[in-house]
Ligand binder design. Structure first.
Ligand code: AMP
Ligand code: GLY
Length: 414
């Protein structure tokens, strides 16, 4: 099977590794990819926003499957263009990607599907915004309705800050604050069936102890030894299956990866958000743990054939830690050389924001590398990830030192 993968981040590097490990993948092509992915695939310098160029490349290569990594091309409708040209695509249509592209749309589908989420108001006028803020009170949760590259959500006790963020958005969703640990649970869907993956936890704040600004994610781990045993079954029954059924009933089936961001509140699980693609950096801990051959799995999803598929997982634990550029997330400093990237057993370095100048590896984004350690438990996985990341040299870079720390301590107590 010849595969074209679209994207260039750490998530795509992990997907490329998984696809390549499946012997049914005979050729792997990636547009545009990055220097880490270059060791696994042939790269093509095409912008992920150029639907036509992506479709032309798929035709030229005569691929059997296209896997779309990031949200922007999905929301731009690249999957529709590819499907119209006859390709099997892992990734939702423009209409189905609205689950990520519009928070208000996602709320409407959840309401119709009976999926538990925070109560909310969608507002455009100042008077409505103020009324919504005062209805829920602090902490205020204010979400830009549209895609905002991780900058759309403000959670604050400061009413003025909440109001000014809301006024800066064209349309805004204001919702009740959900208290409880957050988890990410992904499902792989062919439009009718959805196979839940194992849960992972992401760390969204920039600094240790969940301090500092929100980021795209500073690290992740899986499995979650502290989570209730039935969390996967419960999420399937209350969230994933009803969403897939509702999208199909609307005539816009969701084919691809449905990412449920959940809060485990005292009143039960609640959806915080949906994404229409694999999460980053959660994918960097899930793919190393997934035993089911990835290329075959995604092809089955893309061709409405998941009926008899069961996901299989290694018993191992995985922890990934993000190496961020100085100034991330506000204004990351890029173009700095990276050296001493180690090759260590049971450790995988994923490239997220890198480029190459001759033989020199340079930083090219806010999240530069993610380092995944795999081990028999979280403590071992963590030790491996931190041993590797501490060797990498990138001036001014930083990483959180507490990824999976509490979970690994809790695991010891079990
Ligand atoms: P999102 O982009 O929707 O994932 O939001 C970013 C982060 O904001 C989430 O990971 C949560 O930590 C926080 N957040 C979003 N919605 C809520 C909510 N209703 N209650 C509490 N925290 C939230
Ligand atoms: N890990 C958060 C995201 O992928 O949006």
């Amino acid at each position: 099977m010849k595969i074209l993968l679209v994207g260039s981040g750490g998530r795509e590097h992990a997907l490329a590794l998984g696809l390549k490990a499946d012997t049914s993948c005979t050729e792997l092509h990636v547009a545009p990819g990055n220097p880490g992915i270059a060791s696994l695939a042939t790269l093509y310098p095409i912008a992920v926003t150029d639907n036509q160029a992506i479709c032309d490349l798929a035709k030229k290569l005569a691929v059997d499957l296209v896997v779309v990594g990031p949200e922007v091309p999905l929301v731009n409708g690249v999957a529709d263009v590819l499907r119209q040209a006859g390709f099997a695509v892992f990734g939702p249509s423009k209409a189905a990607a609205q689950l990520e592209g519009s928070k208000d749309f996602a709320k409407g589908v959840m309401r119709d599907a009976g999926v538990p989420t925070a109560r909310s108001y969608t507002c455009t006028e100042k008077s409505e915004i103020e009324k919504a803020l005062d209805t829920f009170g602090a902490p205020y949760v204010v979400k830009d309705d549209g895609l905002a590259a991780g900058k759309g959500v403000v959670v604050t006790h400061d009413r003025d800050a909440a109001l000014s963020h809301a006024l800066a958005c064209t349309r805004v969703v204001i919702e009740e604050y959900l208290k409880g640990p957050e988890i990410s649970l992904f499902g792989i869907s062919d439009g009718r069936n959805i196979l839940p993956m194992q849960p992972a936890q992401d760390f969204k704040r920039a600094f240790d102890n969940d301090e500092g600004p929100n980021t795209g994610g500073m690290g992740a781990y899986s499995p979650l030894p502290w989570a209730p045993d039935d969390i996967v079954d419960e999420t399937y029954e209350k969230v994933l299956a009803p969403m897939i059924a509702e999208m199909a009933a609307r005539g816009t089936p969701f084919v691809g990866l449905l990412y449920a961001g959940l809060a485990l509140t005292d009143d039960g699980i609640r959806v915080i958000e949906f994404n229409a693609r694999f999460g980053d950096p959660e994918t960097q801990v899930l793919i190393p743990r997934l035993m089911t051959p990835l290329a075959t799995l995604l092809y089955k999803a893309a061709t409405d054939s998941l009926d008899d598929t069961v996901l299989q997982w290694r018993d191992d634990s995985a922890v990934t830690v993000v190496l961020a550029a100085p100034g991330y997330p506000e204004s990351p400093h890029t173009g700095t050389s990276i050296s001493n990237v180690p090759h260590i057993e049971n450790t995988q370095i994923f490239h997220a924001g890198t480029s190459k100048s001759g033989e020199t590896l340079l930083s090219a984004g806010g999240r530069v590398l993610t380092v995944t350690g795999v081990g028999s438990d979280l403590t071992e996985a963590r030790d491996r990830a931190y041993r590797a990341i501490s060797q990498i040299e990138l001036e001014g870079s930083f990483y959180r030192s507490d990824i999976a720390l509490n979970a690994s301590v809790a695991e010891k107590g079990n």
